[in-house]
Write a new protein. Structure first.
Length: 477
């Protein structure tokens, strides 16, 4: 639900204005600068000020998404929103991002708070301590701001077992929707005499990440239930707008759409292998095929590498009529999420007989270790269902790997379950996959596409699907 700032300005109450003055403008933890050090001043601009005032005097304010491109002030907003409540004893807030490296990265909310809260010269008796082991800042009155990440089961277990008054998410589109949906369960009411709202605030650039579908449902779509505030570079008076805009204008069209224009609805016209229209035409309702007609069923697995990669599992069916169905998918933040892998595999065995799980043979020893690890994890399920677990060599060029799958989709014998999870992500990855390695470096690894091509190419080598379907087409002429 997009917020109109001019209309919002007309609804701001005196109570909200006074709360903003007390919690932000008079807050010692938010730098207000001085004549000698004016660069230290944190002065919210018009749109930021309205966001900070909106519902700030309510116990249960609406969930908020603050979105925008680069240099729009999103991370500063997160830092201000967390620091405003440090004036209340025993406050507990959490700042969260996908990985540890990201949550402590330069320019993020935690990095800004580290500079604000540890400034002894400015804060004096209000100086905060940072516990880098337990990952929190603590004010002298006992208030704390924790920071964490959510790409491992261990970290998620810690979050599940702890309660906070507010949770702030940075770059929410990078986090899977099921995690974003779960996190508010860790928000609990403040039991002290002070009036602290329970808040769930997310910020994010637009992207093709795994959290996008959930964000659309909750904030971005026209009929979404929660508030969506937009910020952009041209609103921010504290940066060199012209210079930064020139820098952003040198990015690829996709990155410009996300980082320069903050466009959540950007749709590439077409990729080098397929058009978006061809992908949409390939969709099939599960009611239109029978799982009992499956000749061979397998799961393609792409193990997460370094950085922001995801482990992706894609279930693929080969049916009696010669059609191949991309039937199911799951993206995992961490390659050791054994329970989720087991659950996904069990779900596939309940639909039809699972014949094989294929791992990508890439990455040398790490791939071999992953295969041994998952053979052990899946051993109980494997004994019941008699499927094989193997590793298959792959071409290094992801574009060349995807060619056979794209051929099958173009020619109508590879279909996509219309309800497959992360469908939008697969479409987007087909749009940007490219033979040029330098172009591919500008994009995230196409994990879903990789797992689908691993499985499909294995199936193609067993059944020579392309030649079989050529014969069918010749016979039908």
């Amino acid at each position: 639900m997009l917020v109109n700032y001019d209309k919002l300005n007309q609804t701001i109450t005196e109570s909200e204005q006074q709360t903003y003055i007390d919690e932000v403008l008079r807050n010692p933890y938010i730098p207000h600068g001085n004549k000698k050090e004016p660069w230290k001043k944190v002065d919210p601009f018009y749109e930021q000020m309205l966001i900070l005032m909106d519902e700030c005097d309510k116990k249960y304010p609406d969930y908020k998404l603050i979105s925008g491109g680069a240099f729009s002030g999103k991370s500063q907003m997160t830092a201000i929103m967390a620091a405003r409540y440090l004036i209340y004893p025993n406050y507990r807030g959490l700042i969260l991002r996908n990985t540890y490296k990201q949550v402590v990265s330069s320019g993020g909310a935690v990095d800004k708070l580290r500079g604000w809260l540890g400034d002894k010269k400015r804060l004096g008796k209000y100086t905060c301590k940072e516990n880098k082991t337990e990952m929190f800042f603590e004010a002298p009155n006992g208030a704390r701001i924790y920071y964490s990440y959510c790409d491992t089961p261990e970290q998620m277990d810690k979050i599940r077992g702890t309660s906070y008054h507010d949770i702030f998410i940075e770059e929410a589109s990078e986090i899977p929707g099921d995690i974003l949906e779960f996190l508010p369960r860790s928000i609990r009411p403040h039991r002290g005499k002070d009036y602290i709202p329970e808040g769930y605030v997310l910020n994010s650039n637009p992207s093709f990440g795994p959290g996008v579908d959930w964000l659309h449902k909750m904030f971005l779509d026209e009929d979404s239930p929660h508030k969506h505030y937009t910020l952009d570079l041209m609103m921010n008076p504290f940066v060199d707008r012209i210079a930064y805009d020139k820098r952003l204008a040198e990015m690829s069209p996709v990155q410009q759409a996300f980082m320069r224009f903050g466009d959540w609805n950007y749709v590439p016209d077409g990729g080098l292998l397929l058009t978006r229209e061809q992908l949409e035409e390939a969709e099939i309702d599960p009611l239109e095929f029978d799982y009992n007609d499956t000749i061979f069923s397998l799961i393609g697995v792409d193990i997460a590498g370094e950085g922001d990669d995801y482990t992706s599992l894609t279930s693929i069916l080969y049916l009696k009529n010669g059609n191949v169905i991309l039937d199911d998918n799951i993206l995992l933040n961490d390659s050791t999420l054994e329970e989720q892998v087991k659950h996904f595999v069990e779900e596939q065995t309940e639909k039809t007989k699972l014949n094989r799980i294929i791992f990508e043979e890439e990455g040398g020893g790490s791939a071999t270790y992953a295969l041994k690890h998952f053979k052990h994890v899946l051993s109980d399920i494997q004994k019941k269902n008699y499927f094989s677990v193997k590793m298959k060599p792959v071409r290094k060029n992801k574009f060349e790997r995807a060619r056979p799958l794209a051929y099958g989709i173009r020619n109508g014998f590879v279909r996509i379950n219309k309800f497959i999870p992360n469908k939008q992500l697969l479409q987007n990855q087909f749009m940007y996959v490219n033979p040029d390695k330098q172009i591919m470096k500008k994009h995230k690894s196409p994990d879903f596409l990789d797992s689908a091509t691993i499985g499909y190419n294995s199936l193609n080598s067993m059944y020579n699907l392309e030649e079989y379907n050529r014969k069918i087409r010749r016979n039908n002429k």
